[in-house]
Design a protein around this ligand. Sequence first.
Ligand code: HEC
Length: 140
Amino acid sequence: MIISSGFLILTIGISCFLYSFTDPQYVVCATEIPQNFCGTVSPNISLSENAVEGKKIFNANCAACHKLDKKMTGPALRGIENKQEFPYENYVFDFITKEDSLNKINNRYTKVLNEEYNYEFDHNFKLTKTEFEYLMDYIN
Ligand code: HEC
């Protein structure tokens, strides 16, 4: 009897000890919400399949500096393709994949933008047209 209740108390003790490690993790301002794991699906209910791919690309490459709805290191990106007058049709793709060459030709729009943000960074991401389309599906 004494041994078995000792065992019981020990079990409860260990459970409490383990439980103390399962405190919820608090998300601090501007940190990425952690990706779910163990096969759970994050709530992308309103996103199309392509947009979900785009979100992955965004989180891996852009989220460090951009948010969709809030200015951070770089401008807010939601609806970027329709938000403003770009110098020409494929400008956004060119900007993301080869900003350095836009700077070389001294594109006025790019120059003004760079001056406004005053942050040394050229977007030279190796994205295919398809990946770019996915990204825009997510952003727009
Ligand atoms: C290291 C920080 C950083 C990362 C990473 C980054 N950007 Fe930017 N982005 C900026 C800054 C700063 C600007 C403002 C212009 C400039 O300085 O180049 C900008 C500007 C832009 C613009 C132009 C917006 C406009 O109003 O013309 C687009 C589009 C853009 N980023 C898309 C992206 C995408 C898509 C990715 C990921 C593939 C990305 N950026 C990754 C910092 C970043």
